[in-house]
Design a protein around this ligand. Structure first.
Ligand code: MSP
Length: 532
């Protein structure tokens, strides 16, 4: 990985429950985080992306039991057969994958707990209330609805529509209530900590209403699939308290190994923690308070993105609206999957998935807009200059305009990524796609080719187009890494190094493609898809 700047970029996704296989909602979070991380790597930063699986708790235990197996065997199977393959399916370049059943996690969760216990942030108390296993969350009366049908007469969770458990047990509590003012001060001092703005407002008003202490253990009398409380082995750790710590255990928190200690120093606090808005409070309220209690800084940013909706409702496996990512990639490929979700939905807002919209954008934007541009450009250089990039003559006004649009696209896209506005970044990049298509229409290279007197002008036009494609390859690499790598090779640019090693800054410097280089062949980047 290029690491010229000495700057580190550490990104995380939520760790996903292994009770079921991934759907496109999980893949959406992965892709967005991967796009941001790849972009920062191309800025020359030392970029590290973490993802993984959340394997403890009652929900996983019940799923395993329903499948006549142990929770660990169930988790092993789901990780191997579903969650790791997902990363290939959608082309994720993560640097680590953490499972909460790994010793590196369990041991250091215990160290963290012990520290908070020793410093008085954890105490023993009585818990009485409701628990939703689907959410793995303690519920207040406001979170419940009267049950209907088979659950008539019972209280059900408003999200899962299933009865909650009535709990009355001795638990350990984390003094979350002590952190109300500290959190409010922190949000105030760090206006970009929670993003987007709507998420920030939601979090601040939640914290202003006051915080209750949080039960962080469950008695083993009920179930025992979790990490033992280090000073009391009749209790296991609450699954969310366990899960949130993955973000630091994975990068070396608690380790004595010099290499891991150095990694932790280098990467924490995380640059951005990407989560769905369903779990924003855990990440923007409980998690920073846990870190403050341990004298560690909270992450720099938590971004709560919107939901993929199907039929107007949050897509979910439990409501049988889940779509497997491979259903899309088998037909359209991983690049189109990545591009579609980043381009069609403003990151931070909800968005509806539809096959019609996906097909239409694939055809209009990827196949016609970008793919054809590349094929036509290479075909013309082959036809008019035997495949060799010609030297440009003096640039005219219209050529200079392409140079200016390219420079602006680089600057605007980079600024948008800084704001985690991925859709805006793509829109900025697309100004160059449109500009180049327009440039071909206006310059009419096929007309220039008819007269030998225009030879130099034709050479300049070909140079401008191929150089424009170099810039596009670099800018689009984080989103559509496969297609851009093919284009990079076809443009004979491998001599500059792998595409993923090209910096965003280098995209903004006109003249990177060398005249005299012999272009290679290019298969269609986004082939036509036959309608079924
Ligand atoms: N295990 C917890 C997270 C622990 S993190 C310390 C969990 N897991 S989950 O498997 O339920 O994943 C929830 C996450 O999946 C959401 O926050 C979001 O990132 C993603 N999504 C699940 N359904 C989604 C949609 N319908 N739309 C968009 N993202 C979705 O919660």
């Amino acid at each position: 990985m290029p690491n010229n700047s000495g700057v580190s970029f550490y990104s995380t996704t939520p760790i996903f429950y292994v009770n079921d296989a991934p759907h496109i909602g999980h893949a959406y979070t992965e892709v967005a985080t991967d796009v941001l991380t790849r972009w920062h790597r191309q800025r020359g930063e030392n970029a590290f992306m973490l993802t993984g699986t959340d394997e403890h708790g009652e929900k996983i235990l019940r799923t395993a039991a329903a499948n006549d197996t142990s929770p660990k065997e169930w988790a092993d199977k789901l990780v191997a057969e579903a969650w790791l393959p997902l990363l290939d399916t959608i082309d994720i370049d993560n640097q680590d994958f953490i499972r909460t059943t790994e010793p590196r996690h369990e041991v250091n969760v215990q160290k963290f707990l012990q520290r908070l216990y020793d410093t008085g942030f954890i105490y023993r108390g009585e818990y009485e209330g409701n628990y939703c296993v689907g959410c793995e969350e303690y519920k207040t009366e406001n979170d419940l609805l009267p049950g209907e049908g088979q659950f008539e007469g019972q209280d059900v969770c408003a999200i899962h529509s299933k009865p909650v458990e009535k709990l009355a047990e001795t638990n350990y509590f984390f003094k979350l209530s002590e952190f109300q003012q500290k959190l409010l001060d922190f949000y105030e001092a760090n206006p970009k900590f929670v993003q987007p703005e709507s998420a920030r407002n939601e979090v601040i008003s939640f914290v202003r209403r006051g915080l209750d202490d949080l039960s962080i253990s469950r008695s083993k009398e009920k179930f025992d699939w979790g990490i033992d409380i280090p000073w009391d082995d009749s209790h296991i750790t609450y699954v969310w308290f366990d899960a949130l710590l993955n973000y630091i255990t994975a990068i070396g928190y608690g380790s004595d190994e010099p290499e891991l200690k150095a990694r932790f120093e280098q990467l924490w606090p995380a640059s951005v923690q990407v989560v769905g808005k369903d779990i924003l409070r855990f990440h923007a309220v409980i998690w920073p308070a846990m870190l403050m209690a341990a004298d560690l800084p909270p992450a720099k940013r938590v971004f709560g993105h919107g939901w993929l909706l199907v039929g107007g409702e949050k897509m979910s496996k439990s409501k049988l609206t889940g779509i497997a990512p491979s259903q899309i990639t088998d037909t359209f490929g991983s690049d189109a999957f990545r591009y579609y979700f980043m381009k069609a939905i403003a990151f931070g807002q909800d968005g509806s998935f539809s096959w019609e919209d996906l097909s239409a954008r694939y055809q209009a934007e990827l196949a016609n807009g970008f793919g054809n541009l590349a094929s036509r450009a290479l075909a013309m250089v082959n036809k008019y200059f035997e495949g060799v990039v010609p030297a440009a003559g003096a640039l005219t006004e219209i050529d200079q305009q392409v140079v200016a649009v390219a420079a602006k696209a680089v600057a605007d896209a980079d600024a948008a990524i800084e704001e985690i506005a991925i859709q805006d970044a793509l829109n900025a990049i697309w100004t160059l796609v449109d500009e180049l298509n327009n440039y071909i229409t206006v310059t009419e290279p096929w007309v220039l080719a008819k007269d030998e007197a225009n030879r130099e002008r034709l050479a300049t036009v070909m140079y401008v187009i191929t150089e424009g494609l170099r810039v596009l390859s670099i800018l689009l690499a984080p989103v559509i890494p496969k297609a851009t790598a093919k284009l990079w090779s076809a443009l004979a640019l491998d001599s500059l190094g792998a595409l993923s090693n090209q910096t965003i800054a280098s995209a903004g410097v006109w003249g990177g493609i060398k005249s005299g280089s012999k272009l290679g062949a290019l298969e269609p980047l986004f082939p036509r898809i036959e309608q079924e």
